[in-house]
Design a protein around this ligand. Structure first.
Ligand code: SF4
Ligand code: SF4
Length: 402
C-alpha cells in the first residue's frame, strides 16, 4: 500500500527514532542495588495518593499519572514511580533502539510483571521510497518486531499494543494492519490494541478513522493546555464510545520556570489534562526522581483560577519558542528547512535539558533539512503563525546543535 503523506521528516522524529542518538543515554541496567518497591498503589509507603481510573472498556484500572518511559535511562526512577503508585508504563519498539524496552523489562521482571500494565508501540510505516510516498510495513515484519519487543520486555504479552504515530487516517483502517492486531490479540500477545497520534493537522481525521475500526480499545493522543478545542472534542467523542484515552505531550515542553503558585507549571499542566472527563490517564515523560515526585504530586489537585494564571504565565514565558506543531509553517522556507523538527531539537535542549538528544535529533536531519542555509539566507520568508521568530531560532539552533 502506498500512501501520500504529510511530512516524512516529522513522521520519523515523532517515532522517537534518533538513530544517531540511540544508545547515547542508556545507563547500565543494574537494578540489583535498588530496593524494589511493593505493589504499586496498594502497599506504597509513599505519602502520594494515586488515583486509578478505568481505561475505556478494557477493565484496566490505570494510574491517573502514568509513565512515558521514552527517554528514561535510570532504573531507580522506575522504582520510585512504582512506589508512588504508577502502574502503567509506555514504551515503544524503537525508543533508544530497543534499549528502552530492555530497561523497562529488566525492572518489571524483578518487580513483578503482572502487577503493572505495559504498553509498547510499533510503527506501521517503514520507509519512504519517494519524497511523498511511504510504504506500509508487512504484517510478517510487524510480527517479527512484536517478538523482539516481547523478548526485550521479558514478557509474553503487553497490555496495550499501539500502531505508532498514525499520521494519515487511512493508516488506521489499513486492513492488513487490522488483521495483524487481531492476530496479536488472538495469540494473547496483546490484550488490547490502539493507535497513537499527535499530528496537529490530521488528529481529528485520525480519530474519526480509528472509530471506524472495531478492534481499537485505546487511543494515545497529544493533548495539553495549548491544544485546539477540536482535538479535545474529537477525543471526547471517542471516550463516549468507550475508547480508553491516554494523553501524552501534556506539559508543553517542560521548560524551566519559576514556581508561581500552589502548583508548579508542570503540575498545573497535568491537572489541566487530568480534569478533562474524557482523559483516563496521562503519560508525562520523566527522567529523574524529582519529576516523579512532582508529577504524582499533581494527582487530586484542582485547577483553579490561580493555577490557570500559572499556566498563562508559563505559556507567556515560552511562547516565543514553543512550537505547537500545527504545521502551518510548511512551505514557507524555500530551502526546506525542517522548522518544526529543529524547534523540537531546541525543546530537548531548553525544555528537557537533554542536549545530547537535541544534537542527535538535529544531526538526524542531515544537510538538506537542517538549518545550515539560515546563516546566509536573505529570503527569510519563513513564517510561524504563532509568532516564533523562525529565522532567528533556526540560526541559533544551527550554532548550538550542528
Ligand atoms: S513553527 Fe510555528 S507554524 Fe510551524 S509548526 Fe511550530 S507553531 Fe506551527
Ligand atoms: S531563514 Fe527562514 S527562509 Fe531562510 S533558510 Fe532559514 S528557515 Fe528558510
Amino acid at each position: 500500500m502506498k500512501q501520500k503523506r504529510i511530512d516524512r521528516r516529522e513522521f520519523l522524529r515523532d517515532l522517537g527514532v534518533s538513530v544517531a542518538g540511540a544508545g547515547l543515554m542508556l545507563k547500565a541496567l543494574d537494578v540489583s542495588g535498588v530496593h524494589a518497591a511493593e505493589h504499586a498503589g496498594t502497599q506504597s509507603s509513599s505519602p502520594a495518593t494515586m488515583e486509578y481510573r478505568d481505561l475505556g472498556k478494557t477493565g484496566m484500572k490505570v494510574s491517573a499519572v502514568s509513565f512515558g518511559v521514552m527517554t528514561l535511562t535510570d532504573p531507580a526512577v522506575l522504582l520510585k514511580a512504582l512506589d508512588r503508585g504508577i502502574n502503567y508504563f509506555d514504551t515503544a519498539w524503537m525508543y533508544q533502539n530497543g534499549k528502552n524496552e530492555e530497561l523497562l523489562g529488566k525492572v518489571l521482571k524483578d518487580y513483578g510483571r503482572k502487577k503493572v500494565f505495559v504498553a509498547t508501540k510499533i510503527a506501521p510505516v517503514y520507509s519512504f521510497i519517494a519524497k511523498d510516498t511511504m510504504h506500509m510495513e508487512k504484517p510478517e515484519k510487524m510480527e517479527e518486531k512484536m517478538g523482539q519487543s516481547l523478548k526485550r520486555l521479558q514478557t509474553d504479552y503487553v497490555d496495550v499494543l499501539f500502531l505508532h504515530n498514525i499520521v494519515q487516517p487511512e493508516w488506521a483502517t489499513y486492513e492488513p494492519m487490522l488483521k495483524f492486531l487481531e492476530k496479536m490479540k488472538k495469540e494473547g500477545k496483546a490484550r488490547f490494541v490502539g493507535i497513537s497520534f499527535h499530528d496537529g493537522k490530521t488528529l481529528v481525521d485520525v480519530v474519526d478513522a480509528g472509530l471506524q475500526a472495531p478492534c481499537y480499545d485505546v487511543f494515545l493522543a497529544a493533548l495539553n493546555f495549548k491544544s485546539p478545542p477540536e482535538h479535545a472534542a474529537a477525543l471526547k467523542k471517542a471516550r463516549q464510545k468507550n475508547i480508553g484515552i491516554i494523553a501524552m505531550k501534556t506539559q508543553a515542553g517542560g521548560y524551566q520556570d519559576a514556581r508561581r503558585g500552589s502548583l508548579s507549571p508542570y503540575q498545573a499542566a497535568l491537572s489541566w489534562v487530568l480534569q478533562k472527563d474524557f482523559v483516563d490517564c496521562a503519560i508525562p515523560g520523566m527522567v529523574n526522581i524529582d519529576q516523579v515526585v512532582e508529577n504524582t504530586g499533581a494527582v487530586g489537585k484542582k485547577l483553579g483560577w490561580s493555577e490557570r494564571k500559572v499556566l498563562d504565565a508559563y505559556y507567556s514565558s515560552i511562547k516565543d519558542r514553543y512550537c505547537l506543531r500545527c504545521g502551518e509553517c510548511r512551505g514557507t522556507c524555500p530551502y526546506e528547512t525542517a522548522m518544526p523538527i529543529v524547534n523540537r531539537a531546541l525543546m530537548y535542549h531548553e525544555g528537557y535539558g537533554n542536549t545530547e538528544l537535541a544534537r542527535a535529533t538535529y544531526r538526524d536531519l542531515g544537510c538538506e533539512e537542517n538549518a545550515r542555509s539560515c546563516a546566509t539566507c536573505r529570503d527569510r520568508t519563513c513564517r510561524c503563525v504563532n509568532g516564533i521568530n523562525l529565522a532567528e531560532r533556526m540560526r541559533y539552533a544551527h550554532r548550538l546543535l550542528a
